[in-house]
Design a protein around this ligand. Structure first.
Ligand SMILES: C[S@@+](CC[C@H](N)C(=O)[O-])C[C@H]1O[C@@H](n2cnc3c(N)ncnc32)[C@H](O)[C@@H]1O
Length: 250
């Protein structure tokens, strides 16, 4: 998904993709003692810590327009070519964006170049998405899509010095409406406004989307979904592939 993509699909993003405070706390903790942070693919400003000096990089005008007033200064640029000198920031941060980059290796090289101490990424392990009911039972095409666009954990390891990866379990009432956040709220997926805010729904065909929606609606009405997966409605959180990756530099 390039800049033009987010100029179109980013409409209304900040309504549905509200940063979740429990995920935010873990992202901020991963930044450690960094005082200056470059947030690449910053979008509408989700998860930008307010207790440090942040500069944002974002290519899409539509996403920049939704940044709240008073949020960090933003530079219109792309990860693959960051307009900053070497070692300009303590940390570089990239949240749920690397699967949109044209060249992940080039983007990660740029993050390593401009950061002095660490690189922090929030991403999704595409392998973990195979097990998610919505992909396995309703939209298997999503598995192929995510394996194609999401960098694998081994690709990240090849492009970052000794990264550590931590699973972030996603709360059932997660306020950030990325696609797999609805693992315990199947009815929400039927809402086109919810789907509009996640790029995966824009990358599979309308026929595929409709086929899965029809089946999900039927299974919710008949109780088939609840017989198979109703236990999820009682869980507080689930591993749906979200990974916090930290690489210490230097
Ligand atoms: C799913 S949004 C995430 C935004 C924000 N980090 C968040 O967590 O809400 C992905 C963002 O990556 C941006 N993006 C796409 N291609 C990019 C690139 N090559 N370099 C930097 N950002 C890019 C998009 O414009 C979009 O704002």
């Amino acid at each position: 998904m390039n800049r033009a993509g987010y100029d179109k699909i980013g409409l209304g993003y900040s309504e549905i993709r509200r940063p979740d405070p429990r995920l935010a706390a873990q992202i901020t903790a991963a930044l450690g003692d960094a005082r200056t942070v470059l947030n690449v693919g910053a979008g509408t400003g989700s998860y930008e810590p307010s207790d440090r000096q942040v500069v944002a990089v974002e290519p899409s005008a539509e996403m920049v327009a939704q940044r709240p007033s008073g949020s960090a200064p933003v530079v219109r640029a792309e990860a693959e070519s960051l307009p900053f000198q070497d070692d300009s920031f303590d940390a570089a941060l990239a949240i749920l964006t690397i699967h949109h980059w044209r060249d992940v290796a080039a983007g990660l090289a740029e993050l390593r170049r401009v950061a002095r101490d660490r690189v922090v990424l929030l991403t999704v392990d595409p392998e973990a998405l195979r097990e998610l009911w919505m992909n396995r039972d309703y939209w298997p095409e999503m598995i192929e899509l995510e394996c194609r666009r999401m960098p694998s954990m081994s690709e990240l390891e090849a492009n970052l010095p000794v990264p550590t990866s931590m699973t972030l379990a996603v709360p059932r009432d997660c306020s950030d409406g990325f696609a797999s956040a609805y693992w315990g709220r199947p009815e929400a997926i039927l809402d086109p406004v919810v789907r509009h805010a996640s790029s995966n729904w824009h990358e599979i065909s309308a026929e595929t989307t409709e086929r899965g929606l029809g089946q999900l609606q039927k299974d919710l009405e008949s109780g088939a979904w609840d017989r198979r997966y109703g236990y999820l409605r009682a869980r507080d959180s689930l591993d749906v592939g979200l990974r916090l990756v930290v690489a210490e530099l230097g």
